[in-house]
Design a protein around this ligand. Structure first.
Ligand code: FEO
Length: 394
């Protein structure tokens, strides 16, 4: 990908990773991008780098605009290696003594990743750096997505370089929101649901801080995916909505199955839930990726989880999903467990306990069906689905 001039003298010099399909457990079925930004002013400044294996391309991209050695300052908004992996080669190329600006925790965390004694400058919220005709202002954004994370705001151009915030794992030829339209929103939602959901309370505070700072934002440049220039408020408002986690009349029926019995229960429960105005998604854990299921969980009012009992315990994919969902701390959910079993049947109780530990409101005791459900079992599941539907409709 060639660099793109996103505003006068400001370039996205990042790269597209078309082929990544698994980003530490998140399914990136279209790939992703690692955006990095070059600001050419009296002081030439690079904001973030890329994943290590793409460093040559980053340096090449910069070289099409300016000799990389002319970079005066490097900003690291976030230590995670998809944005810092290119630092060693980049710093070696431009001069190891060039100032490297990051948060105080950025200094600590970068030092845990890289042995080089770079010329670190720790910055805090409100600190400014003059580039000549332009000024950068820093804002610490702890836990969006790591403790070291920060945003960098380019005052004169009103551009917010937001690191992981407002990003999407999306690889495409489009660079801006106006080029892709609403088709980008599911990717932004998936990113939020799987990377940022557990920090939702902090995100609400952060957005209030941005409002307090009275920052005028013309463009938001995340480190992944497209840049928001037509309507930056659209993604800010979406973040507020997603962070509030107001439950919609929507249910996700997550399950796995060995001999289709738990599957039959799942479909019967889903049929009972479904009606006009109530969405329901039956999702088999070996057909849907956990990260796609979490995207549906984000705004669902109910999450119903079905597991067969295997070797006196949970089916392994259910354990995986419950662990994953627990870590992301979804709130305001109704929950229920179900499942088939042969002779011991512990799984349903274990699912219910896991949902209770996540503070889900248990709408009905878990349903356990031995071996294969008969018609009365199926009817019972449809009725329970109807009960969930009623609760979702309030
Ligand atoms: Fe895109 Fe938290 O790294």
């Amino acid at each position: 990908m060639k660099p793109v001039e996103i505003a006068k003298g400001i370039y996205d010099v990042g790269v597209i990773d078309w082929n990544i399909r698994d980003f530490h457990g998140y399914s990136t079925h279209l790939g992703t991008s690692y955006n990095a930004f070059l600001v050419v002013d009296e002081k030439v400044t690079l904001i973030d780098t890329v994943k290590k294996e793409f460093t040559d391309q980053l340096i090449h991209n910069i070289a099409t605009i300016i000799d990389p050695k002319r970079i005066d300052y490097v900003i690291s908004n976030h230590t995670e290696m998809d944005h810092s992996g290119g630092l060693p080669r980049l710093m070696h190329k431009i001069g190891e003594d060039k100032p490297l600006y990051c948060s105080k925790l950025g200094v600590k965390n970068l030092a845990r990743h890289f042995p080089q004694s770079w010329n670190y400058h720790a910055v805090a919220t409100g600190d400014e750096l003059s580039l000549g005709s332009r000024t950068l202002t820093f804002m610490e954004t702890k836990m969006v997505h790591w403790p070291d994370s920060m945003f960098t705001y380019l005052k004169e151009d009103k551009i917010l370089f937001s690191s992981d915030g407002f990003g999407q794992h999306y690889a495409g030829m489009e660079n801006f929101d106006d080029q892709i339209g609403d088709a980008i929103m599911p990717h932004a939602k998936k990113y939020f649901a799987n990377i940022l959901l557990l920090y939702a309370p902090l995100i609400l505070k952060l957005i209030n801080k941005v409002i307090e700072f009275d920052l005028e934002i013309k463009m938001i440049c995340p480190d992944h995916g497209i840049i928001w220039r037509k309507d930056p408020l659209k993604i800010i408002n979406a973040y507020v909505e997603w962070s509030q986690q107001k439950p919609l009349p929507k249910a996700v029926v997550v399950y796995d199955t060995m001999w289709h019995s738990t599957e039959k229960l799942a479909h019967a429960i889903a049929a009972g839930i479904h009606t006009q105005g109530v969405e329901v998604h039956p999702m088999h854990l070996r057909k849907f990726h956990r990260s796609d299921i979490m995207t549906e969980v984000l705004d669902a009012g109910a999450v119903v989880v079905g597991s067969p009992t295997l070797n006196n315990g949970l089916f392994p994919t259910i354990s995986d999903f419950l662990t994953y969902m627990k870590g992301l701390k979804p709130q305001n959910k109704l929950g229920m467990a179900f499942g088939s079993y042969g002779w011991s049947g512990e799984a349903v109780k274990m699912v219910q306990q896991a949902l209770e530990a996540m503070k889900f409101e248990i709408i009905a005791p878990g349903i356990r069906i031995q071996y294969v459900p008969d018609q009365s079992d199926i009817d019972g599941c449809v009725q329970l689905g109807a009960k969930i539907r009623q609760a979702l409709k309030g």
